[in-house]
Design a protein around this ligand. Structure first.
Ligand code: UGA
Length: 434
């Protein structure tokens, strides 16, 4: 299959590369010439496990190419995927300007039998609007499918290669058949390709992310109640998770969800609801609980030190919004850093992958440490924000030697409170008795 992937951000790059891996001819398009040059040379602009190797293998095999020339790529392709960014506006609604720019630019170059596939996350009605606009621009009916992505950063290649399901929203069976052929190599026997209307496919993407975000806000609220009542969220989580109707996934309390998807998508779905006269009570609560949760570590730190932090040095482990990525978009660590700086604390920070991104944002206002343990030197406390594997089994004696005081604020519940007490630490976590 000849595929043009327009937009080589995280979704487009992973999707295009994985399509090449199963033998398709793929050309990835981006207007960022520097990024295209890097990709042409086999470099990978993002940190995503397994991606660079896959990229280089498929470039070498001649199945994966990169260009800034959108018209030529569109003329050549049978399937044209749109995977450009759809960021939030200030009111939470979605900015579709990049998507519309692509639609306008591609229209004169579409082959007669070309199929346009919207991969970008876009609100219900976008497919219908793109279909109508392409009819105006081309004077004929162009097939437009919606095929949302469900990839997790840090596990995107694995998720793409072994999806739980593939969702295709299209108006014609023939379009479904082509996409079925494309996705068939990735679908294990018990994992379906679900065919539905474009509107349902668009809604499915938002509903999935909103449901997951709601689970997180729910468990964070329960954790807050546990903290005040002496219950232990870890036991409660296990107690409810064994009910097969509830399950264990996405019920880990923490410092709130971040990243480029949940915060944006929850707000966007709420904006769609309001635009259609539906009051999005649950979505709004999910968002509000999350905003509050992002401040939880700062509140605990201030409470411990009696409010004043201007003479304190705080070590922070973990800056990316979750392990396995260098992405700091909407990361809870940023809310913590901003708050601590505002209260005058000096910060020593460490993250295995996200240091460059954090440095770009904070410059010399933070001390950037080369190693996990270096961040602890002479700090009044350690704060764990992201549960990278290398934080799970540290040398606790070494930690005590380096820290000025043995105080830990753990935003991800990675240590056992009883053990920490025995080791002589003052240990705070989320939703568990000290
Ligand atoms: C999320 C979805 O999981 C993907 O299915 C979806 O395709 C993607 O958004 C998207 O829309 O593109 P991602 O943003 O990569 O993927 O991150 P997740 O692994 O889902 O984690 C999101 C946030 O929730 C992180 O900040 C994480 O720390 C937090 N989280 C997750 C919790 O606090 N508790 C949990 O139990 C699980």
């Amino acid at each position: 299959m000849r595929i043009a992937m327009i937009g080589t951000g995280y979704v487009g790059l992973v999707t295009g590369t994985c399509f090449a891996e199963t033998g398709n001819d793929v050309i990835c398009v981006d207007c960022d010439a520097e990024k295209i040059r890097l990709l042409q040379a086999g470099g990978c602009p993002i940190y995503e496990p397994g991606l660079e190797e896959l990229l280089q293998r498929n470039i070498a095999a001649g199945r994966l190419r990169f260009t800034t020339d959108l018209p030529s790529a569109v003329r050549w392709a049978k399937l044209i995927f749109i995977a450009v960014g759809t960021p939030s506006r200030d009111d939470g609604s979605v900015d579709l300007s990049a998507l519309w720019a692509v639609v306008e630019e591609m229209a004169p170059h579409l082959a007669e039998d070309a199929i346009v596939v919207i991969k970008s996350t876009a609100p219900v009605g976008t497919n219908a609007a793109v279909t109508a606009r392409l009819r105006e621009l081309t004077g004929r009916s162009v097939d437009v499918a919606t095929n949302p992505e469900f990839l997790k950063e840090g596990a995107a290649v694995e998720d793409f290669m072994k999806p739980d399901r593939v969702v295709v929203g299209a108006r014609r069976e023939e379009v479904l058949e082509i996409l079925w052929d494309l996705y068939q190599p990735y679908l294990r026997t018990d994992k379906p390709l679900l065919f539905m209307s474009p509107e349902s496919a668009e809604m499915t993407k938002y509903a999935a992310n909103a449901m997951l975000a709601t689970k997180i806000s729910f468990i964070n609220e329960i954790a807050a109640i546990c903290e005040r009542t002496g219950a232990d969220i870890n036991d409660v989580r296990r107690g409810i998770g064994h009910d097969s109707r509830i399950g264990f996934a996405f019920l880990f309390p923490g410092v709130g969800y971040g990243g480029s998807c949940f915060p944006k998508d929850v707000r966007a779905l709420a904006a769609v609801a309001r635009a259609h006269d539906v009051t999005p009570r649950i979505l709004e609560a999910t968002h509000q609980v999350n905003e509050h949760q992002k401040g939880i570590l700062l509140r605990k730190i201030r409470e411990h030190f009696g409010g004043a932090l201007s003479d304190k040095t705080i070590a922070i482990w973990g800056l990316s919004f979750k392990p396995g990525t260098d992405d700091i978009r909407e990361a809870p660590s940023l809310v913590l850093i901003d708050g601590l700086l505002q209260h005058g604390a000096a910060l020593r920070v460490y993250d295995p992958e996200a240091m460059d991104n954090v440095r770009k944002r904070y410059g010399n206002r933070l001390t950037y440490c080369q190693h996990r343990d270096e961040a602890l030197d002479d700090a009044d406390a350690l704060v764990i924000v992201t549960e990278w594997k290398q934080f799970v089994h540290p040398d606790f004696d070494e930690m005590k030697r380096r820290l000025k005081r043995p105080v830990i604020f753990d935003g991800r519940n990675i240590y056992n409170p009883h053990r920490m007490k025995d080791l002589g630490f003052t240990y705070y976590s989320i939703g568990r008795p000290p």
